[in-house]
Design a protein around this ligand. Structure first.
Ligand SMILES: NC(=O)c1ccc[n+]([C@@H]2O[C@H](COP(=O)([O-])OP(=O)(O)OC[C@H]3O[C@@H](n4cnc5c(N)ncnc54)[C@H](OP(=O)(O)O)[C@@H]3O)[C@@H](O)[C@H]2O)c1
Length: 290
């Protein structure tokens, strides 16, 4: 089976490349090799590449910048996925396209299922939702995988920023009134092959590690795991701050965006491991006595 990963140098893309090399015939395009805002280039590069499954993890992911560059956000997050889906249709290939918990408005207080209505409150969320719709309109075999709070070793995310701050400062804090679930790139990479088969039903699928937390709880657990791994920290306890304290944020973010993984568990028979196990695993692997 031939795989092609677009966005191969990103946080998730690099993890997919690492996991699939040696197991599949996998090739990747990073941003410099394929610019999704150039539709002629998309057509040209994909026409000359052979693949059975195209995995798109490239996106305009800077949520605040999307607010001031909506045209570019829609071009990369919505129009390019439409082009990818159409080309995959012509080549009889399956598209697996990644999306986000930010398609929801965050007003719910129970995990969002695939059937819940999306109602984005940011340009990023709107552009990603438009991308989902464009992909599904092109072909019902294609798969949209929505993930939340992605972390992994290939590009720093919230958790790495918190650990760095705790190494450099006596006190740290994190938002205590915003909830979702961290998701480890390694776990995404390991579960995804179950969906490579073109005969497996397409549509929308939620995947995240199990459970729910605030950013404060997430950060506290990361520091606790660092302590256990012998990583020296100046700050051991994460204080609480509020979402409304983030005065520099341009885009609105959903307060609650936990994704239900009930459909994933039902399809695969294996629920994802908890976010605490995943974070502990990550810290053991990448921070041990660092
Ligand atoms: N990170 C999260 O917490 C999170 C949460 C929910 C959903 N997601 C979704 O998960 C997927 C993977 O995200 P990630 O965490 O891996 O993000 P990431 O590290 O920002 O990776 C995105 C990649 O897309 C590339 N890219 C940006 N603009 C491009 C363009 N015009 N043409 C080609 N490539 C372009 C980036 O390259 P450069 O860096 O060189 O620009 C980067 O390598 C995305 O679909 C994202 O929306 C992420």
């Amino acid at each position: 089976m031939k795989l092609l990963v677009i966005g191969s140098a990103g946080r998730l893309g690099a993890a997919l490349m690492r996991e699939y090399q040696g197991k599949y015939d996998v090739a990747g395009f990073n941003h410099a090799q394929l610019d999704l805002s150039n539709f002629d280039e998309i057509r040209e590069k994909l026409d000359e590449t052979d693949f059975d499954v195209l995995i798109n993890v490239a996106a305009f992911t800077n949520v605040d910048l999307c607010e001031t560059q909506p045209h570019q956000a829609f071009r990369i997050n919505a129009e390019a996925p439409r082009a990818l889906a159409e080309i995959c249709g012509e080549k009889n290939a399956k598209l697996i396209h990644f999306s986000t918990d930010y398609v929801f408005d965050g007003e719910k207080r129970a995990p969002y299922t695939e059937e819940d209505e999306a109602n984005p409150i940011s340009v990023y969320g709107e552009s990603k939702l438009a991308g989902e719709k464009n992909v599904l309109a092109a072909q019902n075999r294609h798969l949209i995988v929505r993930v939340s709070w992605v972390f992994g070793p290939d590009r720093p995310s919230f958790i790495d920023g918190m650990i760095k701050r705790a190494q450099e400062n006596e006190t740290v804090d994190a938002i205590a009134d915003k909830f979702s679930t961290p998701t480890y790139t390694r776990d995404i990479a390991k579960m995804l092959p179950q969906f490579f088969d073109g005969d497996v039903e397409g549509g929308i699928l939620h995947f995240a590690n199990a459970g729910k937390c605030s950013w404060q709880e997430y950060a506290q657990w990361a520091l606790d795991c660092c302590e256990n791994a012998g990583v020296s920290l100046k700050a051991k306890t994460v204080g609480a701050c509020k979402l409304r304290d983030m005065v520099n944020w341009v885009a609105r973010r959903p307060i609650y965006s936990v994704l239900s993984t009930a459909k994933y568990a039902q399809l695969t028979g294996t629920p994802p491991r908890t976010w605490r196990e995943a974070v502990a695993d990550y810290i053991r692997r990448f921070y041990f006595k660092k």
